[in-house]
Design a protein around this ligand. Structure first.
Ligand code: BGC
Length: 867
């Protein structure tokens, strides 16, 4: 039995308002036939066959019909034939509906309240509305296309439209701004209707960056909306933002991403979003022209409320403050229900950690992270802020009327609503907690833009942070849409000389124009996405930008091929750098820069190969080879020492292919292991060395040392933070010091995903799952047991379907069970056995004994981590 499931357009299941006129199609096959390989497929668009195609392609297959027009709705079905000739039934139909593909589709005008707000502080959020009348005919369907300068919430006839949070998110607004498409068919009523919106500053006008910039994108906030109603008889009505709308202010006195929200429920505008409300006292709006680029459909999912967490404990701090502990550092906000007198003011202030029992606010720097609610006083009232988010585990509550019941509070977790794809677990609970911290670190920082941190006055799309974390992220969640969106911004914000800014979107003055390992996100992130999802279209889109970056460094480095100009961030946050000078790591930052130069040049060459551009493939391969050669001349001694003699230097040299001679490779690898041992298996690497060190050890055959590094509990190490109670990844190896005080460094976040790059090693070496060909068309399954781990399970929804690897070491016996998705194959390196085996799709199991020496080496019992 063969079934075609999960048909997607541009890797999305929800395709309402899709922006691609020729969306590529993907599907997966479910079958008990093993191995199963697709021999042919047939796509039907609107019940018209596009013909049988002899091909094994099932991921991101070219659109087989005429391009879609704006608003066009089609259904797509797929069926396949296996190489045994067996035919599947038709899949279920996927409905695809195009968004507004042409700027001429918009008849709406941007509108803004007539009065200009003060520019130096958050002002009350405008409520805007208009009434309209529908024709006396049945509504077939209605769509709302909407975006804002600022963030918005839309209302229609008393209901909130959709479940997006902080829409339309943050993008490089001056280049491109996303609009949402909502199906509002069921919200339209016969006769009088009301559409309304509340708009707040968000990223558009609110505080941004540590220097607390304001009005970065404009001084006015506003809305652009177009509601299209189609009646049964095919006739239409269109309601747009125009002069007919009116505005006022209401209960939201101030709303800011960093500062929080201030809401006075006594000022609520009862019934404002329904017909019959008298808005004659409201002001007219005016048209305006915000400085925005193209209106684009979102390539990725919106931010939503993903999960709710209950209070774990109510604490009283030494100073007497009432503090809620949600048991998990998270990103979102608190919703509560309260009963008290009108005018009572409740204040919630958010913190990630306690320092000697008190909420630690210092790490938030200028971000107040404070929400304030004034009661209306007419029975129980429930409130959650609308236009802010905080990074917190603890919330200090002030002004609560009467006894506080923890059941009255809930933490609402917010992030981009990506599909979870990968899981990992093992029989070592410290490593499981570490993995959970990696996942939560990702969740907190994938809130529309992949950020460094979610809590302080920063929250920027730092390129270096994502660059190191991308392979881990691409395993845990389907990040194609969200990161694809960010890469679009990156591409547009690349400077004319090829420079890639160090954070995207780029706002305000930067202290560095470009930096190795940061700007290289332009090459590394598309490559990571290509490896995980097989999207060569993304490489094609990004190729010119990737190339321009490498050309930019090549020009700066000159014929010597050593990139030693300018200031670098280097191996940022090397634990041995001074706390107040994180760029002064032990590894020469120019060595790091040249290693990245070689790597990016090689990635460009490889991408050219994928895209069939043989000339460019050769050109950049030659450049990469020259840089590697220059690197060796400059930094590698004849006997295999790499200058700086640090784990970072050795790891980059090995992982970036700088060492080509096999004997030299052996010597460099041995020195890496030696280096790690000399430092007693404590971490000595920063942002750029850390993603390389474990893979460098394992790829050179020394997973034993990698296991020691990962199971180390002495500071600095990954597990030090776990033992200190971390529930997310920290920015610094010791963001919290052993005595429970917060690291005095200026930058001390408790939610930074960069060091979560350890996830990649956990997934591939402990869990055993890695792509051997882009998109897991072929898998490499190669789990390696090691100290402290006797069993592990990794699962992944690959683009071809679910894969899994599960292994146990019991005495001398290994049990290995592997699931390979249909239409793919795998190389399986069974732990302790010399010869890899090639397998096709299906379930495979092996049970065998390994020798005592092998088991002894894995268990590594002489290794004693910590204290
Ligand atoms: C951010 C980092 C970032 C770094 C680079 C910090 O403030 O939080 O994660 O990569 O600056 O300078």
């Amino acid at each position: 039995m063969v079934r075609v499931l999960d048909v997607r357009a541009e890797h999305r299941r929800n395709t309402l308002g899709i922006g691609e006129p020729q969306p590529r199609l993907s599907w997966i096959t479910e079958t008990d036939i093993a191995p199963w390989r697709q021999a042919a497929y047939e796509v039907e668009v609107d019940r018209t066959s596009c013909g049988r195609v002899e091909s094994d392609a099932s991921v991101l297959v070219d659109w087989p019909a005429d391009p879609l027009e704006s608003r066009q709705r089609v259904t797509v079905r797929v069926r396949t034939w296996g190489d045994d000739g067996d035919e599947s039934p038709w899949s279920e139909a996927l409905t695809i509906e195009a968004g507004m593909l042409d700027v001429a589709d918009w008849s709406a005008s941007w509108i803004t309240p007539a009065i200009l707000d003060p520019l130096d502080r958050p002002a009350p959020s405008p409520f805007i509305r208009r009434t309209f009348t529908t024709a006396p005919r049945a509504v077939a369907h209605a769509r709302l296309y909407v975006t804002s300068a600022g963030v918005h919430r839309i209302h229609l006839n008393g209901e909130v439209v959709g479940n997006h949070v902080l829409a339309p998110g943050w993008s490089s607004y001056t280049n491109r701004i996303r609009y949402d498409t909502h199906d509002v068919t069921s919200l339209i009523t016969g006769g009088d209707n009301v559409i309304g919106a509340v708009v707040a500053d968000g990223w558009w006008r609110g505080f941004l960056k540590w220097d607390m910039l304001r009005n970065v994108y404009g001084e006015r906030i506003g809305l652009l909306a177009q509601l299209e109603i189609t009646y049964d008889d095919g006739s239409t009505d269109v309601v747009v933002t125009d002069d007919e709308w009116r505005s006022t202010t209401g209960p939201i006195l101030a709303a800011d991403l960093y500062q929080g929200e201030n809401y006075d429920a006594r000022l609520e505008l009862d019934g404002w979003d329904r017909s019959g409300f008298d808005d004659t006292a409201w002001e007219p709006v005016q048209r305006f022209a915000p400085d925005v680029g193209a209106l684009v459909a979102p390539p990725g999912p919106p931010v939503r409320r993903i999960e709710e967490l209950a209070v774990r404990e109510v604490l009283t701090s030494p100073s007497g403050a009432t503090v809620l502990d949600f048991g998990q550092n998270l990103v979102g906000r608190v919703r509560f229900t309260v009963d008290g007198d009108a005018g009572t003011v409740i204040t919630l202030r958010h913190a990630e950690v306690l320092e000697h029992g008190e909420p630690a606010y210092r790490p938030l720097r200028n971000a107040e992270a404070t929400d304030q609610y004034t009661l209306r006083g007419e029975g129980p009232e429930t409130w959650e802020p609308t236009f802010t988010f905080h990074g917190f585990r603890y919330v200090e509550v002030r002004g609560w009327p009467g006894e506080l019941d923890p059941a009255d509070f809930v933490a609402v977790v917010l992030h981009s609503d990506m599909e979870r794809t990968g899981t990992f677990s093992c029989d070592n609970n410290l490593l499981n907690q570490l993995h959970s911290n990696v996942v939560w670190g990702m969740r907190g920082n994938f809130l529309d833009v992949p950020t460094d941190c979610p809590q302080r006055d920063e929250r920027l799309g730092w390129t270096g942070d994502l660059q190191v974390f991308a392979p881990t992220a691409a395993y845990l969640y389907d990040i194609r849409g969200m990161v694809g969106n960010w890469l679009e911004d990156l591409r547009m914000e690349q400077r004319a000389d090829g420079t890639v800014p160090i954070y995207i979107p780029s706002v305000g003055p930067e202290f560095l124009t470009r930096a190795a390992g940061w700007s290289d996100a332009v090459t590394v992130v598309p490559e990571a996405l290509h490896a995980a999802f097989g999207d060569s279209g993304l490489l094609a889109t990004m190729f010119d930008a990737m190339r321009a970056w490498v050309d930019c460094i090549a020009a700066e480095a000159g014929p010597e091929r050593i990139w030693n100009q300018g200031t670098q961030l280097g191996d940022w946050l090397d634990p041995n750098a001074p706390p107040d000078a994180p760029m002064l790591g032990r590894t020469d930052s120019k060595l790091v820069a040249t290693a990245y130069f070689a790597r990016s040049a090689q990635i460009v060459s490889d991408a050219a190969g994928v895209l069939g551009q043989a000339d460019l493939q050769a050109t950049y391969a030659e450049l990469a080879a020259e840089v590697r050669q220059a690197f060796r001349l400059e930094y590698v001694t004849p006997k295999g020492r790499v200058m700086s003699d640090t784990a970072t230097a050795y790891s980059l040299a090995l992982e970036f292919g700088m060492i080509e001679d096999p004997d030299e490779y052996e010597r460099v690898a041995a020195r890496l292991s030696g280096c790690v041992a000399e430092w007693r298996y404590q971490i000595t690497t920063g942002f750029l060395g850390t993603p390389a060190v474990l893979p460098a050890l394992s790829n050179s055959g020394d997973s034993s040392t990698a296991y020691r590094l990962v199971t180390q509990t002495r500071r600095p190490s990954w597990l030090y933070s776990v033992l200190m109670g971390a529930t997310t990844m920290w920015e610094r190896w010791d963001s919290l010091l052993p005595d429970g005080s917060v690291n005095p460094g200026e930058m001390t976040s408790f939610n930074h995903y960069a060091f979560g790059c350890v996830g990649e090693w956990m997934h591939t070496v402990v869990g055993g799952l890695a792509p051997a060909e882009p998109g897991y068309r072929r898998l490499r399954v190669a789990p390696v047991p090691g100290h402290g781990v006797n069993a592990a399970t990794a699962t992944l929804r690959t683009p071809y379907g679910p894969a899994a690897c599960d292994w146990t070491l019991d005495g001398h016996q290994i049990t290995l069970a592997v699931d390979i998705p249909p239409n793919t194959s795998a190389t399986v390196v069974r732990p302790g056995l010399p010869d890899p085996v090639d397998v096709g799709s299906g379930h495979h199991e092996w049970i065998y004994d390994v020798t005592a020496e092998v088991v002894t080496a894995w268990r590594d019992e002489s290794w004693n981590p910590g204290p």
